[in-house]
Every structure is written in C-alpha cells, then in structure tokens.
Design a binder for this molecule. Structure first.
Ligand code: TYD
Ligand code: MG
Length: 456
C-alpha cells in the first residue's frame, strides 16, 4: 500500500514544515499549521509561457495595454485608470463588506459597454445573485452569465469555450481542484486554483476578478499566498458600524499603489463618494483647540488621523497623563520637551491625548502633531482647519525628517488639506517634493512649528 505523505502548511503565509508548529517561524502567526496531503509545488507546473517567441521591446506598441473604463470613477482610479485586458485582480476584504456587490456592479458596468461577462458564484445561489442585481436596479443584463460552480475543471471549460471578456470568481476560498486532496480554502487549493486561473486568463486575454476573504487575524487560507500571482491586489475595508467603505490598492502592476476609492453602501448598492475628506474628518469640530491632523503610515498605507489633546489644571497635586492610541512613555517625553525647551507650564496639569477612530499610532512621524495638539490645548489656540502636521521630535525639540513624505502629502492633498508642516530636513533629499494644491511649510524646531500654527 502506498503511504500518503502529509505535510504541515501555515494557513496564513503558506510556509511548509514536516512537523506541526505552534507558532509559524516565518510569519509568526499562532496555531496556523494544518496537516495537508503533500502535493508537488504548483508553481512548477504552472510555469507556462504566455508568448511563444521573444519579441523586440521597441516593436511593442503602447496600445498593447488595453484599458476598459468601468464607469465607476473611484474604482477606475484605484485600478490605475481602468481595467487592463487580461489582467488578474484580487479583491480582498472581510465577509459582508461588499465585495460581491462591488463585483456585480462592475460586471454590469462592463456588460453595458459590450463585454461578455461570466459571474461564477460559488457562495450564493443564482437566485441570490439575481435578487442582488434587483436591489442594484440593474435591468440590462443581456451580456451577463451567472453560474453556481466550485469545481475548477468545469470553470476552466467555461473559460475555454465561452469567449469571455470579464470573469468574476466569488470566491476563491470555495473553489477546488479535484486533483488535489486538500479541502477548499486551504493554502494548496487557493494557490493552485489561482495559478491555473491566472494562466488561462493571460493566454485568452480574459480580465479576471478574484474575490478572497481575509479575517482580521489572517487565519483563513490567505489571499496573502496569491498576492504574488495576481497583477493587482485591492482591499475593501471599512468600519463595522459605518456605511462608508474604502477600496485600496496595495499592489498594482498597471498603476500606482496606495490609491484609495471611497464608497457608501446604500439600499441600492455602493455609490461613489467624491469628497472623502468630508467623511473622514466629518466629526471634527472647526476651530477647536487641541485638534491636529497627521498623515501616518500604517504598514504600507497612509491614513489621516485626528489627534486630540486636552490640558486641564490638576487637582490635589496629583497630575495625570493618559494617552489613548499613543504610547504613554512617548507622551511623557514630548510633554517634557514642551516644558523644558519651549517653557510651557505643564507641570501642574492633567494631560489627555486621544487618537480618534481607535487607531493605534506607532509611527514617529506623529510626534510633532502630538506636541502641537498639547500646546494648542494649553494655549487654547486652534490649529488652522486645513493644516496637517508631520515630523518626529527629538529631545532638543528639533524636528526630524520622516519617511515616505510624498505618500503622506499626497494622501493629505487627496483629502482636501491645503497646508502641510514638514521637517526642513526632508527638503534636503534629492527627490523633489511635488504637490499641486498644497502649501508646504518646512520647520526646524517645535517652537517654529508652534509659531506658524498661531498665525490667524
Ligand atoms: P456583500 O457584497 O454580500 O458582501 P461580501 O461579498 O463582501 O461578503 O454585501 C453584504 C452587505 O451589504 C450586506 O450586509 C447587505 C449590504 N447591502 C446593502 O446594504 N445594499 C445593497 O444594495 C446590497 C446589494 C447589499
Ligand atoms: Mg460575497
């Protein structure tokens, strides 16, 4: 009898091991190893050539990259100006965030312009998809085919015979290749299915949209393992109790990354939000002292957050310093800098700091914003509403340069801010900062930054 070889695979990063491990040595996630039957690496089998003969680079015309507009502006922008023919896009996000809705809307848009579309729904029945399209009030579905199918070999046969332009896979976690013994959703299945689909999409010029689920702790067989297979990775995210959704590109072979598109989930599907700054900082009070906005980088993503400071007289000689979403020790240090270097009277004050929206800031670039928030609260002088503040603060109250300044400025600019306080040292780098509508104010010390903010 042939003994089946098994192997343990980390379900979050795809790392393989002959023994079970409590903690993955590669991605450090806990309890993520699952026993699977050993399969030869799919990458080797998937090594398929798209074009047969080498061609001269100059012989290729620019029109080879054909883009189709989806007529959803926010989506087009995130894709880098439209959907590229033959490209493979991964759309990730938590369950219930609106991935199926967005994909169906995209399918309708493309079908209206004459593309032949196949929506492969493995999670929902055809009737459910029909109901969804009714909610979206889409009447014209003459180019859209829907099928409820999870078997990869059958799906491949559709792709081979139907002459399709655009295919949606909803979702990759339910697909399975019958040649593999592991269960749908496991790393081997996800990797194998996405590699095979990518191959056929490339060779037939079909644009492919693959939906994948991610959970907060990344335990589910991850879209992470397919990020290197696909061309574009989009993440759909949003607060659980908010109707607003953000679509973000974290990888894009045909456009810039970190583009965001903002949508609102309504009873009739997702609608575009053209002015996101209004929402992000919608509850920000005008002209209130102690409020400062800073563009921080979270992983690879720039996010604008509001920092609020409050300073009040301490009672009973016991001073309190409390920080929410910010390191308490760092706060104490910054308060000491304000006190010693700028001569502000903070020794007998209670100081509270809050980062709005439950964000936890690790980024040192938020130092200056924290310092200014406290100074502004103490002096009761508000910071101009359209200003963002950037910079790391050193012990002699000098403002140190920050990383990825252009990304941060772009994000602030996109969200409608007009002024940006930056460390002067950032101007020394060889790369010129570019910004169309943003006034850049370089500062060297915290004192300088504070003086600029006090201008009426
Ligand atoms: P869905 O696209 O099914 O999420 P996913 O595919 O990411 O799991 O969207 C789920 C939620 O969206 C669900 O709670 C219902 C809501 N929704 C609306 O509010 N309006 C609509 O028009 C539609 C289609 C869905
Ligand atoms: Mg869905």
């Amino acid at each position: 009898m042939v003994k089946t070889k098994t192997i343990f695979v980390c379900q979050s990063c795809g790392m393989q091991s002959s023994k079970w491990q409590g903690k993955c040595a590669n991605c450090e996630s806990w309890n993520s190893y699952v026993e699977e039957a050993f399969e030869p690496s799919p990458e080797k089998r998937a090594a398929h050539v798209f074009t047969d003969e080498p061609v001269l680079l100059t012989a290729l015309s620019k029109e080879d990259e054909e883009r189709a507009s989806t007529d959803i502006l926010e989506l087009d922008r995130v894709l880098g100006g439209g959907l590229v023919k033959g490209s493979v896009t991964l759309l990730g996000g938590d369950p219930g965030i609106g991935k199926s809705t967005l994909s169906l809307q995209m399918a309708f848009s493309l079908a209206k312009k004459g593309s032949k579309v196949l929506y492969i729904s493995g999670e929902e029945s055809i009737q459910q998809t029909k109901l969804r399209s009714k909610r979206l009030q889409e009447q014209d579905g003459k180019n859209i085919y829907i099928v409820n199918q999870v078997d990869l070999t059958v799906i491949l046969s559709y792709l081979n015979k139907m002459k399709l332009d655009f295919v949606v896979i909803d979702s990759i976690q339910v697909l399975f290749n019958p040649d593999l013994t592991s269960t749908p959703g496991s790393v081997s299945q996800v990797r194998e299915c996405s590699a095979t689909l990518t191959n056929i999409a490339k060779s037939k010029g079909i644009s492919l949209l693959i939906i994948g689920h991610v959970t907060k702790d990344g335990m589910l067989a991850g879209p992470r393992v397919m990020e290197h297979i696909v061309d574009t990775v989009l993440y759909f995210e949003g607060e659980r109790y908010s109707t607003y959704r953000i679509l973000r590109s974290v990888k894009n072979r045909f456009g810039s990354t970190n583009e965001i598109g903002v949508f609102e989930m309504t009873a009739g599907g997702l609608i575009e939000v053209n002015n996101p700054s209004v929402i992000f900082l919608s509850e920000r009070a005008q002209n209130s002292s102690g409020s400062v906005v800073v563009p921080i980088i979270e992983g690879t993503r720039p996010i604008l957050v509001e920092i609020q400071g409050l300073v009040s007289r301490a009672s009973f000689g016991m001073v309190r310093q409390k920080a929410q979403g910010f390191d308490g020790n760092r706060l104490a240090l910054l308060v000491a800098v304000l006190e010693k270097r700028l001569g502000l009277n903070l020794y007998d004050k209670d100081i509270f700091l809050n980062v709005v929206g439950g964000v936890k800031i690790m980024d040192p670039a938020a130092d200056l914003a924290v310092t200014i928030a406290i100074a502004s609260a103490l002096l009761d002088k508000p910071v101009s509403f359209e200003t963002v503040v950037l910079g790391e603060v050193g012990l002699s109250a000098e403002v140190r340069s920050v990383s990825q300044i252009q990304t941060r400025i772009n994000e602030a600019e996109k969200l409608g801010f007009k002024k940006c306080i930056i460390p002067r040292n950032n101007l020394k780098s060889k790369v010129e900062l570019t910004s169309k509508n943003m006034e850049i104010i370089p500062v060297e010390t915290v004192k300088e930054a504070k003086d600029i903010l006090e201008r009426p």
